[in-house]
Design a protein around this ligand. Structure first.
Ligand code: ATP
Length: 503
Protein backbone atom coordinates (compact mmCIF):
# COMPACT_ATOMS: atom_id res chain seq x y z
CA UNK A 1 0.00 0.00 0.00
CA UNK A 2 2.74 2.40 0.97
CA UNK A 3 4.61 1.41 -2.18
CA UNK A 4 1.53 2.01 -4.26
CA UNK A 5 1.24 5.50 -2.80
CA UNK A 6 4.89 6.26 -3.57
CA UNK A 7 4.40 4.93 -7.09
CA UNK A 8 1.35 7.13 -7.59
CA UNK A 9 3.27 10.22 -6.49
CA UNK A 10 6.27 9.54 -8.69
CA UNK A 11 4.17 8.42 -11.65
CA UNK A 12 2.12 11.60 -11.36
CA UNK A 13 5.28 13.62 -11.71
CA UNK A 14 6.96 11.53 -14.40
CA UNK A 15 3.96 11.68 -16.69
CA UNK A 16 3.16 15.37 -16.29
CA UNK A 17 0.17 15.00 -13.99
CA UNK A 18 1.24 16.71 -10.76
CA UNK A 19 4.24 18.81 -9.76
CA UNK A 20 5.09 20.41 -6.43
CA UNK A 21 4.19 24.07 -6.55
CA UNK A 22 7.15 26.34 -7.38
CA UNK A 23 9.33 23.26 -7.34
CA UNK A 24 12.50 25.08 -8.41
CA UNK A 25 12.33 26.84 -5.05
CA UNK A 26 11.88 23.49 -3.28
CA UNK A 27 8.10 23.63 -3.38
CA UNK A 28 5.44 25.07 -1.14
CA UNK A 29 4.03 22.77 1.49
CA UNK A 30 0.68 21.18 0.59
CA UNK A 31 0.35 23.21 -2.61
CA UNK A 32 0.56 21.50 -6.00
CA UNK A 33 0.52 22.31 -9.69
CA UNK A 34 -1.18 20.25 -12.35
CA UNK A 35 0.97 19.54 -15.39
CA UNK A 36 0.03 19.05 -19.02
CA UNK A 37 -1.77 15.76 -18.43
CA UNK A 38 -3.05 16.64 -14.97
CA UNK A 39 -4.75 19.78 -16.21
CA UNK A 40 -6.59 17.73 -18.85
CA UNK A 41 -7.63 15.01 -16.41
CA UNK A 42 -8.82 17.60 -13.94
CA UNK A 43 -10.80 19.40 -16.59
CA UNK A 44 -12.39 16.14 -17.71
CA UNK A 45 -13.43 15.32 -14.14
CA UNK A 46 -14.98 18.78 -13.85
CA UNK A 47 -16.84 18.33 -17.14
CA UNK A 48 -18.09 14.90 -16.08
CA UNK A 49 -19.46 16.32 -12.84
CA UNK A 50 -20.86 19.48 -14.41
CA UNK A 51 -22.59 17.56 -17.16
CA UNK A 52 -24.23 15.10 -14.79
CA UNK A 53 -25.26 17.84 -12.36
CA UNK A 54 -26.13 20.85 -14.48
CA UNK A 55 -26.71 19.63 -18.02
CA UNK A 56 -28.74 16.57 -17.10
CA UNK A 57 -30.97 18.33 -14.57
CA UNK A 58 -33.46 20.94 -15.69
CA UNK A 59 -33.75 22.17 -12.10
CA UNK A 60 -30.03 22.62 -11.39
CA UNK A 61 -28.06 25.62 -12.65
CA UNK A 62 -24.39 26.44 -12.29
CA UNK A 63 -22.69 29.62 -11.12
CA UNK A 64 -19.13 30.87 -10.68
CA UNK A 65 -18.84 33.14 -7.64
CA UNK A 66 -15.79 35.10 -6.51
CA UNK A 67 -13.14 33.76 -4.16
CA UNK A 68 -13.12 37.06 -2.26
CA UNK A 69 -16.34 37.72 -0.42
CA UNK A 70 -17.68 40.36 1.94
CA UNK A 71 -16.16 39.66 5.38
CA UNK A 72 -19.61 39.44 6.95
CA UNK A 73 -20.13 36.23 4.99
CA UNK A 74 -17.78 34.40 7.33
CA UNK A 75 -19.47 35.74 10.40
CA UNK A 76 -22.82 34.53 9.14
CA UNK A 77 -21.43 31.13 8.14
CA UNK A 78 -19.84 30.68 11.53
CA UNK A 79 -16.29 30.52 10.23
CA UNK A 80 -15.22 33.38 12.47
CA UNK A 81 -16.24 34.08 16.05
CA UNK A 82 -18.74 31.29 16.46
CA UNK A 83 -15.99 28.76 16.79
CA UNK A 84 -14.33 30.08 19.86
CA UNK A 85 -16.81 28.31 22.11
CA UNK A 86 -16.15 24.71 21.15
CA UNK A 87 -12.51 25.35 21.94
CA UNK A 88 -13.38 26.02 25.51
CA UNK A 89 -16.36 23.75 25.99
CA UNK A 90 -15.34 20.58 24.30
CA UNK A 91 -12.56 18.57 25.91
CA UNK A 92 -11.81 16.61 22.79
CA UNK A 93 -11.65 19.73 20.68
CA UNK A 94 -9.43 21.41 23.20
CA UNK A 95 -6.96 18.60 23.01
CA UNK A 96 -6.96 18.75 19.26
CA UNK A 97 -6.56 22.47 19.25
CA UNK A 98 -3.54 22.14 21.52
CA UNK A 99 -2.16 19.59 19.09
CA UNK A 100 -2.64 22.05 16.26
CA UNK A 101 -0.66 24.68 17.99
CA UNK A 102 2.07 22.29 19.03
CA UNK A 103 2.42 20.74 15.63
CA UNK A 104 2.68 24.13 14.02
CA UNK A 105 5.26 25.20 16.54
CA UNK A 106 7.17 22.02 16.14
CA UNK A 107 7.32 22.25 12.37
CA UNK A 108 8.53 25.81 12.55
CA UNK A 109 11.15 25.17 15.18
CA UNK A 110 12.45 22.07 13.59
CA UNK A 111 12.95 23.91 10.34
CA UNK A 112 13.28 20.73 8.38
CA UNK A 113 14.91 22.40 5.44
CA UNK A 114 17.68 23.78 7.60
CA UNK A 115 18.35 20.34 8.98
CA UNK A 116 18.72 18.92 5.50
CA UNK A 117 21.09 21.67 4.49
CA UNK A 118 23.33 21.11 7.48
CA UNK A 119 23.50 17.41 6.75
CA UNK A 120 24.32 18.10 3.13
CA UNK A 121 27.02 20.58 4.06
CA UNK A 122 28.50 18.17 6.59
CA UNK A 123 28.71 15.48 3.99
CA UNK A 124 30.32 17.74 1.46
CA UNK A 125 32.92 19.20 3.76
CA UNK A 126 33.43 16.11 5.89
CA UNK A 127 35.53 16.57 9.00
CA UNK A 128 36.32 20.10 7.96
CA UNK A 129 32.87 21.17 9.01
CA UNK A 130 33.95 23.81 11.39
CA UNK A 131 33.02 27.46 11.39
CA UNK A 132 36.48 28.97 11.89
CA UNK A 133 37.97 27.12 8.95
CA UNK A 134 35.48 28.63 6.63
CA UNK A 135 35.98 32.22 7.68
CA UNK A 136 38.99 32.33 5.44
CA UNK A 137 37.58 30.46 2.51
CA UNK A 138 34.01 31.60 2.08
CA UNK A 139 32.43 33.98 4.55
CA UNK A 140 29.05 33.70 2.89
CA UNK A 141 28.92 29.99 3.52
CA UNK A 142 29.98 30.47 7.10
CA UNK A 143 27.31 33.02 7.78
CA UNK A 144 24.74 30.76 6.26
CA UNK A 145 25.79 27.73 8.24
CA UNK A 146 26.07 29.67 11.48
CA UNK A 147 22.56 30.85 10.97
CA UNK A 148 21.29 27.33 10.51
CA UNK A 149 23.25 26.19 13.51
CA UNK A 150 21.61 28.80 15.68
CA UNK A 151 18.18 27.60 14.60
CA UNK A 152 19.10 24.08 15.60
CA UNK A 153 20.49 25.16 18.94
CA UNK A 154 17.37 27.08 19.69
CA UNK A 155 15.38 24.05 18.74
CA UNK A 156 17.38 21.78 21.00
CA UNK A 157 16.91 24.17 23.89
CA UNK A 158 13.25 24.82 23.45
CA UNK A 159 12.12 21.30 22.78
CA UNK A 160 12.82 18.84 25.55
CA UNK A 161 12.56 15.13 24.87
CA UNK A 162 9.29 15.14 26.71
CA UNK A 163 7.93 17.82 24.45
CA UNK A 164 8.97 15.86 21.44
CA UNK A 165 7.28 12.70 22.72
CA UNK A 166 4.19 14.68 23.49
CA UNK A 167 4.07 16.16 20.03
CA UNK A 168 4.69 12.81 18.39
CA UNK A 169 1.94 11.16 20.41
CA UNK A 170 -0.42 13.93 19.49
CA UNK A 171 0.43 13.67 15.82
CA UNK A 172 -0.23 9.95 15.96
CA UNK A 173 -3.49 10.51 17.70
CA UNK A 174 -4.53 12.93 14.99
CA UNK A 175 -3.65 10.53 12.25
CA UNK A 176 -5.82 7.73 13.63
CA UNK A 177 -8.67 9.94 14.79
CA UNK A 178 -11.96 8.27 13.99
CA UNK A 179 -13.95 10.61 11.77
CA UNK A 180 -16.99 9.86 13.91
CA UNK A 181 -15.50 11.14 17.08
CA UNK A 182 -13.07 13.56 15.56
CA UNK A 183 -13.77 14.80 12.09
CA UNK A 184 -16.63 17.18 12.65
CA UNK A 185 -15.52 18.63 15.96
CA UNK A 186 -12.09 18.80 14.63
CA UNK A 187 -13.31 20.53 11.52
CA UNK A 188 -15.11 23.16 13.53
CA UNK A 189 -12.11 23.85 15.65
CA UNK A 190 -9.92 24.01 12.60
CA UNK A 191 -12.19 26.50 10.96
CA UNK A 192 -11.38 28.92 13.70
CA UNK A 193 -7.96 29.54 12.29
CA UNK A 194 -7.97 27.82 8.97
CA UNK A 195 -8.81 30.80 6.82
CA UNK A 196 -6.13 32.63 4.85
CA UNK A 197 -6.44 36.33 5.47
CA UNK A 198 -5.64 39.02 2.95
CA UNK A 199 -6.17 42.75 2.57
CA UNK A 200 -8.12 44.77 0.06
CA UNK A 201 -7.25 48.43 -0.44
CA UNK A 202 -4.28 50.65 -1.10
CA UNK A 203 -3.08 51.78 2.30
CA UNK A 204 -2.84 50.15 5.70
CA UNK A 205 -5.36 52.57 7.23
CA UNK A 206 -8.06 52.20 4.63
CA UNK A 207 -7.72 48.56 3.75
CA UNK A 208 -10.27 45.89 4.68
CA UNK A 209 -9.41 42.47 6.04
CA UNK A 210 -10.69 39.73 3.79
CA UNK A 211 -10.45 35.97 3.69
CA UNK A 212 -9.85 33.61 0.84
CA UNK A 213 -12.98 31.45 0.92
CA UNK A 214 -12.56 28.15 2.78
CA UNK A 215 -15.53 26.60 0.93
CA UNK A 216 -17.47 27.41 -2.22
CA UNK A 217 -20.88 26.87 -0.57
CA UNK A 218 -21.22 30.41 0.79
CA UNK A 219 -20.94 31.88 -2.72
CA UNK A 220 -24.04 29.88 -3.56
CA UNK A 221 -26.00 30.88 -0.45
CA UNK A 222 -25.40 34.60 -0.93
CA UNK A 223 -26.60 34.26 -4.55
CA UNK A 224 -29.69 32.25 -3.65
CA UNK A 225 -32.15 35.08 -4.31
CA UNK A 226 -30.36 36.32 -7.45
CA UNK A 227 -30.47 32.92 -9.08
CA UNK A 228 -33.94 32.00 -7.87
CA UNK A 229 -35.44 35.23 -9.24
CA UNK A 230 -33.52 35.62 -12.50
CA UNK A 231 -33.74 31.91 -13.31
CA UNK A 232 -37.38 31.75 -12.12
CA UNK A 233 -36.41 28.61 -10.23
CA UNK A 234 -39.07 26.65 -8.37
CA UNK A 235 -38.35 24.56 -5.33
CA UNK A 236 -36.90 21.98 -5.36
CA UNK A 237 -33.92 23.33 -7.30
CA UNK A 238 -30.16 23.27 -7.09
CA UNK A 239 -27.21 25.60 -7.64
CA UNK A 240 -23.87 24.05 -8.55
CA UNK A 241 -20.40 25.47 -8.53
CA UNK A 242 -16.80 24.41 -9.13
CA UNK A 243 -14.08 26.55 -7.68
CA UNK A 244 -11.04 27.05 -5.54
CA UNK A 245 -11.11 26.97 -1.77
CA UNK A 246 -8.29 27.69 0.66
CA UNK A 247 -7.61 26.22 4.09
CA UNK A 248 -4.56 26.76 6.16
CA UNK A 249 -4.44 23.08 7.06
CA UNK A 250 -2.12 22.34 9.95
CA UNK A 251 -1.53 18.67 9.34
CA UNK A 252 -1.27 18.87 5.59
CA UNK A 253 0.18 15.76 4.02
CA UNK A 254 -0.81 12.85 1.88
CA UNK A 255 -0.12 14.59 -1.39
CA UNK A 256 -3.19 16.13 -3.00
CA UNK A 257 -5.52 14.53 -0.45
CA UNK A 258 -5.18 17.47 1.91
CA UNK A 259 -4.03 20.69 0.30
CA UNK A 260 -3.97 24.31 1.35
CA UNK A 261 -5.31 25.43 -2.04
CA UNK A 262 -7.79 23.03 -3.56
CA UNK A 263 -10.92 22.85 -5.63
CA UNK A 264 -14.44 21.86 -4.67
CA UNK A 265 -17.41 20.78 -6.73
CA UNK A 266 -20.49 21.59 -4.72
CA UNK A 267 -24.21 21.56 -5.27
CA UNK A 268 -26.74 23.08 -2.90
CA UNK A 269 -30.23 21.71 -3.38
CA UNK A 270 -33.02 23.86 -1.95
CA UNK A 271 -36.08 22.01 -0.71
CA UNK A 272 -39.31 22.50 1.20
CA UNK A 273 -38.81 22.27 4.99
CA UNK A 274 -39.86 18.80 6.06
CA UNK A 275 -38.86 17.27 2.71
CA UNK A 276 -35.16 17.31 3.48
CA UNK A 277 -34.76 13.67 4.51
CA UNK A 278 -36.33 12.45 1.28
CA UNK A 279 -33.91 14.57 -0.73
CA UNK A 280 -30.97 13.67 1.47
CA UNK A 281 -31.55 9.99 0.68
CA UNK A 282 -32.11 10.83 -2.97
CA UNK A 283 -28.77 12.62 -3.30
CA UNK A 284 -26.88 9.97 -1.38
CA UNK A 285 -28.11 7.45 -3.91
CA UNK A 286 -27.46 9.69 -6.92
CA UNK A 287 -23.94 10.52 -5.86
CA UNK A 288 -22.84 6.96 -5.19
CA UNK A 289 -24.27 5.96 -8.59
CA UNK A 290 -22.24 8.73 -10.20
CA UNK A 291 -19.07 7.33 -8.65
CA UNK A 292 -19.94 3.77 -9.67
CA UNK A 293 -20.46 4.94 -13.26
CA UNK A 294 -16.72 5.45 -13.66
CA UNK A 295 -16.06 1.74 -13.15
CA UNK A 296 -13.19 2.18 -10.75
CA UNK A 297 -14.55 -0.74 -8.67
CA UNK A 298 -17.61 -0.51 -6.42
CA UNK A 299 -15.66 -2.15 -3.60
CA UNK A 300 -13.58 1.03 -3.40
CA UNK A 301 -16.49 3.08 -2.06
CA UNK A 302 -18.42 3.04 1.17
CA UNK A 303 -20.74 5.32 3.08
CA UNK A 304 -19.86 6.65 6.45
CA UNK A 305 -22.86 8.07 8.28
CA UNK A 306 -22.01 10.74 10.82
CA UNK A 307 -23.32 10.26 14.31
CA UNK A 308 -22.02 13.55 15.59
CA UNK A 309 -23.19 16.44 13.48
CA UNK A 310 -21.97 19.92 12.78
CA UNK A 311 -24.00 22.75 14.24
CA UNK A 312 -25.71 23.38 10.90
CA UNK A 313 -26.63 19.82 9.96
CA UNK A 314 -29.39 17.37 10.83
CA UNK A 315 -27.94 14.52 8.79
CA UNK A 316 -24.56 13.93 7.18
CA UNK A 317 -22.71 11.15 5.42
CA UNK A 318 -19.40 10.81 3.66
CA UNK A 319 -18.67 8.78 0.61
CA UNK A 320 -15.30 7.27 1.44
CA UNK A 321 -12.84 5.94 -1.08
CA UNK A 322 -10.18 3.30 -0.59
CA UNK A 323 -7.12 5.52 -1.15
CA UNK A 324 -3.61 3.97 -1.02
CA UNK A 325 -3.61 4.94 2.67
CA UNK A 326 -7.04 3.44 3.41
CA UNK A 327 -10.68 4.51 3.32
CA UNK A 328 -10.98 8.29 3.64
CA UNK A 329 -13.58 10.95 2.89
CA UNK A 330 -14.00 11.76 -0.77
CA UNK A 331 -17.36 13.50 -0.76
CA UNK A 332 -19.75 14.82 1.86
CA UNK A 333 -23.54 14.85 1.64
CA UNK A 334 -25.08 17.09 4.25
CA UNK A 335 -28.54 18.11 5.23
CA UNK A 336 -27.77 21.70 6.25
CA UNK A 337 -31.29 22.70 7.31
CA UNK A 338 -32.03 26.43 6.88
CA UNK A 339 -28.99 27.36 8.95
CA UNK A 340 -27.04 29.19 6.24
CA UNK A 341 -29.85 31.11 4.57
CA UNK A 342 -31.27 32.14 7.95
CA UNK A 343 -27.87 33.33 9.11
CA UNK A 344 -27.38 35.36 5.93
CA UNK A 345 -30.85 36.86 6.37
CA UNK A 346 -29.88 37.91 9.84
CA UNK A 347 -26.50 39.37 8.93
CA UNK A 348 -27.52 41.03 5.66
CA UNK A 349 -31.04 42.13 6.58
CA UNK A 350 -32.21 40.80 3.18
CA UNK A 351 -34.97 38.26 2.75
CA UNK A 352 -33.77 34.90 1.44
CA UNK A 353 -37.10 33.18 1.01
CA UNK A 354 -39.19 31.35 -1.50
CA UNK A 355 -42.86 31.83 -2.13
CA UNK A 356 -44.29 28.36 -2.60
CA UNK A 357 -47.42 28.70 -4.75
CA UNK A 358 -48.60 25.19 -3.87
CA UNK A 359 -48.54 25.91 -0.15
CA UNK A 360 -49.30 29.58 -0.63
CA UNK A 361 -46.53 30.18 1.87
CA UNK A 362 -43.21 31.98 2.21
CA UNK A 363 -40.34 30.09 3.76
CA UNK A 364 -36.56 29.83 4.07
CA UNK A 365 -35.74 26.65 2.14
CA UNK A 366 -33.83 23.74 3.62
CA UNK A 367 -30.63 22.66 1.93
CA UNK A 368 -29.12 19.35 0.93
CA UNK A 369 -25.52 19.75 -0.07
CA UNK A 370 -23.24 17.47 -2.04
CA UNK A 371 -19.62 18.51 -1.73
CA UNK A 372 -16.70 16.76 -3.37
CA UNK A 373 -13.04 17.69 -3.49
CA UNK A 374 -11.90 17.80 -7.09
CA UNK A 375 -8.31 17.04 -6.16
CA UNK A 376 -9.36 14.12 -3.97
CA UNK A 377 -11.44 12.83 -6.83
CA UNK A 378 -8.36 13.18 -9.04
CA UNK A 379 -6.32 11.17 -6.54
CA UNK A 380 -8.98 8.46 -6.32
CA UNK A 381 -9.03 8.14 -10.11
CA UNK A 382 -5.26 8.18 -10.46
CA UNK A 383 -4.46 5.77 -7.63
CA UNK A 384 -7.05 3.17 -8.58
CA UNK A 385 -6.06 3.30 -12.26
CA UNK A 386 -2.35 2.75 -11.86
CA UNK A 387 -1.51 -0.91 -12.47
CA UNK A 388 1.62 -2.96 -12.82
CA UNK A 389 0.88 -5.95 -15.08
CA UNK A 390 2.79 -9.08 -15.85
CA UNK A 391 2.26 -10.10 -19.44
CA UNK A 392 2.12 -13.57 -20.97
CA UNK A 393 5.75 -13.45 -22.03
CA UNK A 394 6.79 -12.67 -18.44
CA UNK A 395 7.58 -9.00 -19.07
CA UNK A 396 5.84 -6.28 -17.10
CA UNK A 397 4.12 -3.10 -18.13
CA UNK A 398 2.90 -0.05 -16.24
CA UNK A 399 -0.53 0.99 -17.35
CA UNK A 400 -2.79 3.80 -16.24
CA UNK A 401 -6.26 2.42 -16.78
CA UNK A 402 -8.08 5.74 -16.59
CA UNK A 403 -11.75 5.73 -17.57
CA UNK A 404 -11.59 6.72 -21.25
CA UNK A 405 -13.97 9.63 -20.70
CA UNK A 406 -11.49 11.15 -18.25
CA UNK A 407 -8.24 10.31 -20.06
CA UNK A 408 -6.17 13.42 -20.99
CA UNK A 409 -5.44 12.11 -24.48
CA UNK A 410 -8.05 9.95 -26.17
CA UNK A 411 -5.83 8.59 -28.92
CA UNK A 412 -2.18 8.71 -29.94
CA UNK A 413 -1.53 8.78 -33.66
CA UNK A 414 1.70 6.98 -34.48
CA UNK A 415 3.44 6.64 -37.85
CA UNK A 416 5.21 3.27 -37.88
CA UNK A 417 8.34 4.91 -39.30
CA UNK A 418 9.44 8.51 -39.74
CA UNK A 419 9.49 8.36 -43.54
CA UNK A 420 7.73 7.25 -46.73
CA UNK A 421 4.86 9.70 -46.20
CA UNK A 422 3.63 8.02 -43.01
CA UNK A 423 4.15 11.12 -40.78
CA UNK A 424 2.19 13.20 -43.27
CA UNK A 425 -0.66 10.72 -43.29
CA UNK A 426 -0.68 10.61 -39.48
CA UNK A 427 -0.78 14.40 -39.41
CA UNK A 428 -3.74 14.39 -41.75
CA UNK A 429 -5.60 12.02 -39.42
CA UNK A 430 -4.84 14.33 -36.50
CA UNK A 431 -6.14 17.34 -38.41
CA UNK A 432 -9.44 15.52 -38.95
CA UNK A 433 -9.83 14.23 -35.38
CA UNK A 434 -8.54 17.15 -33.35
CA UNK A 435 -11.78 19.14 -33.58
CA UNK A 436 -13.62 16.49 -31.60
CA UNK A 437 -10.98 14.70 -29.57
CA UNK A 438 -7.75 15.48 -27.76
CA UNK A 439 -5.25 13.46 -29.80
CA UNK A 440 -1.49 13.39 -29.78
CA UNK A 441 1.21 12.75 -32.36
CA UNK A 442 4.27 10.69 -31.44
CA UNK A 443 6.98 9.46 -33.80
CA UNK A 444 9.95 9.01 -31.46
CA UNK A 445 11.30 5.50 -30.64
CA UNK A 446 10.24 2.04 -31.76
CA UNK A 447 6.51 1.42 -31.93
CA UNK A 448 6.54 -0.95 -28.90
CA UNK A 449 8.11 1.69 -26.69
CA UNK A 450 5.62 4.27 -27.88
CA UNK A 451 2.76 1.93 -26.95
CA UNK A 452 4.18 1.49 -23.45
CA UNK A 453 4.61 5.22 -23.03
CA UNK A 454 0.98 5.81 -23.98
CA UNK A 455 -0.13 2.96 -21.67
CA UNK A 456 1.64 4.62 -18.76
CA UNK A 457 0.24 8.03 -19.65
CA UNK A 458 -3.27 6.59 -19.70
CA UNK A 459 -4.13 6.97 -23.41
CA UNK A 460 -6.91 4.47 -24.18
CA UNK A 461 -6.22 4.12 -27.91
CA UNK A 462 -3.16 4.02 -30.15
CA UNK A 463 -3.64 4.45 -33.87
CA UNK A 464 -0.75 3.28 -36.01
CA UNK A 465 -0.22 4.35 -39.59
CA UNK A 466 1.86 1.85 -41.62
CA UNK A 467 2.78 1.29 -45.25
CA UNK A 468 -0.46 -0.57 -45.93
CA UNK A 469 -2.36 2.48 -44.75
CA UNK A 470 -1.15 4.32 -47.86
CA UNK A 471 -2.85 1.64 -49.97
CA UNK A 472 -5.99 0.70 -48.04
CA UNK A 473 -6.74 3.87 -46.02
CA UNK A 474 -6.86 1.76 -42.89
CA UNK A 475 -4.92 1.90 -39.65
CA UNK A 476 -4.19 -0.41 -36.72
CA UNK A 477 -6.04 0.48 -33.56
CA UNK A 478 -4.58 -0.84 -30.31
CA UNK A 479 -6.56 -0.86 -27.08
CA UNK A 480 -4.66 0.14 -23.92
CA UNK A 481 -6.37 -2.24 -21.50
CA UNK A 482 -6.51 -5.44 -23.55
CA UNK A 483 -3.61 -4.64 -25.90
CA UNK A 484 -5.87 -6.08 -28.57
CA UNK A 485 -5.26 -4.74 -32.08
CA UNK A 486 -7.57 -4.44 -35.03
CA UNK A 487 -7.59 -2.97 -38.51
CA UNK A 488 -10.00 -0.08 -38.99
CA UNK A 489 -10.83 2.20 -41.94
CA UNK A 490 -9.68 5.77 -41.26
CA UNK A 491 -13.20 7.00 -41.98
CA UNK A 492 -14.47 4.85 -39.08
CA UNK A 493 -12.15 6.41 -36.49
CA UNK A 494 -14.46 9.14 -35.14
CA UNK A 495 -17.20 6.60 -34.49
CA UNK A 496 -14.78 4.20 -32.85
CA UNK A 497 -13.25 6.82 -30.55
CA UNK A 498 -16.68 8.15 -29.69
CA UNK A 499 -17.84 4.72 -28.61
CA UNK A 500 -14.89 4.56 -26.20
CA UNK A 501 -15.28 7.98 -24.63
CA UNK A 502 -19.06 8.22 -24.57
CA UNK A 503 -20.66 9.79 -21.47
P1 ATP B 1 -11.72 16.52 6.14
O1 ATP B 1 -12.50 15.97 7.32
O2 ATP B 1 -11.05 15.47 5.31
O3 ATP B 1 -10.85 17.66 6.48
P2 ATP B 1 -13.97 18.18 5.68
O4 ATP B 1 -15.04 17.37 6.34
O5 ATP B 1 -13.39 19.34 6.34
O6 ATP B 1 -12.81 17.18 5.19
P3 ATP B 1 -15.73 19.50 3.89
O7 ATP B 1 -15.61 20.80 4.57
O8 ATP B 1 -16.98 18.72 4.04
O9 ATP B 1 -14.47 18.60 4.26
O10 ATP B 1 -15.38 19.71 2.35
C1 ATP B 1 -15.99 18.93 1.32
C2 ATP B 1 -14.96 18.19 0.49
O11 ATP B 1 -13.88 19.02 0.13
C3 ATP B 1 -14.32 17.02 1.23
O12 ATP B 1 -15.11 15.87 1.11
C4 ATP B 1 -13.02 16.86 0.49
O13 ATP B 1 -13.17 16.05 -0.67
C5 ATP B 1 -12.68 18.27 0.04
N1 ATP B 1 -11.64 18.85 0.90
C6 ATP B 1 -11.79 19.42 2.10
N2 ATP B 1 -10.63 19.88 2.58
C7 ATP B 1 -9.69 19.60 1.63
C8 ATP B 1 -8.28 19.84 1.52
N3 ATP B 1 -7.62 20.46 2.46
N4 ATP B 1 -7.66 19.41 0.40
C9 ATP B 1 -8.34 18.79 -0.58
N5 ATP B 1 -9.65 18.55 -0.53
C10 ATP B 1 -10.34 18.94 0.55
Amino acid sequence: QEDLFKNVVSHAKEYGYIFASSEIYDGLSAVYDYGQNGAELKKNIKDYWWKSMVQLHQNIVGIDSAILMHPKTWKASGHVDAFTDPLIDNKDSKKRYRADVLVEDYAEKLNIKALKEITKAKKRFGEAFNEEEFVTTNPRVVGYLADRKRILERLAKSLTDEDLDDVKALIEELEIADPDTGSRNWTEVRQFNLMFGTKMGASAETSTDLYLRPETAQGIFVNFANVQKTGRMKIPFGIAQIGKAFRNEIVARQFIFRMREFEQMEMQFFVRPGDEMKWYEHWKEQRIKWHYSLNLGQENYRFHDHEKLAHYANAAADIEFDFPFGFKELEGIHSRTDFDLKAHEEFSGKKLRFFDPELNENYVPYVIETSIGLDRMFLSVLSSSLKEETLEDGSTRTVLKLPAILAPTKAAILPLVKKDGLPEMAQKIIDDLKWDFKVQYDEKDAIGRRYRRQDAAGTPLCITVDHDSLEDNSVTVRYRDTMEQKRVAISELPKLINAEVDF
